[in-house]
Design a protein around this ligand. Structure first.
Ligand code: HEC
Length: 137
């Protein structure tokens, strides 16, 4: 027992503050991502399905099959792409969407800064868990 308790303390003690600061860091990323999303994506993409706009809503986008949002008229390129929106695919899309997928009707956005991509991804991740029932996989 004498040996286990300090070992547990060593294992768990430092982990708690680190986890707490990670949560704070994550929420700062999400906030920054929302600001960037509002500036760079929001005019064409609602963040939830109750508020339609020119592009498909992006709620639950992480892990969604490309071109699968119901009732949205996707380009053939996107619909037939067969890809799933993993974080890596979303990065490639933000960086050079029409190079990544020729024939898409989304106008070129060239977000090459990895930190900006990180922030937007954090925000997209945060709207991915909001309501899984509203969007099909
Ligand atoms: C000028 C309008 C416009 C802007 C700005 C824009 N998009 Fe799009 N986006 C579209 C359109 C239109 C489509 C549908 C493309 C197609 O069908 O080929 C689309 C499709 C997408 C898709 C695929 C969705 C799916 O269901 O498969 C993702 C992901 C996406 N956009 C992310 C973003 C992100 C992230 C930003 C901001 C960095 C952004 N878009 C900025 C118009 C826009």
């Amino acid at each position: 027992m004498k040996r286990i308790i300090p070992a547990l303390f060593l294992a768990l003690g430092p982990a708690l503050p680190a986890a707490a600061s990670e949560t704070i860091y994550e929420s700062i990323k999400v906030d920054a991502g929302q600001t960037l999303y509002d500036a760079k994506c929001r005019r064409c993409h609602a963040d939830d399905s109750t508020d339609p706009s020119y592009g498909p809503p992006l709620e639950n986008i992480v892990g969604r099959a490309a071109g699968s949002y119901p009732d949205y008229d996707f380009s053939v390129a996107l619909e037939a792409s067969g890809i799933v929106w993993t974080p890596a695919a979303l990065r490639a899309w933000m960086e050079d969407n029409d190079g990544f997928m020729p024939g898409t009707k989304m106008r070129h956005v060239g977000i090459t800064d990895r930190t900006v991509q990180d922030f937007i991804l954090a925000y997209l991740g945060s709207i991915t868990t909001r309501d899984g029932s509203a969007v099909s996989e």
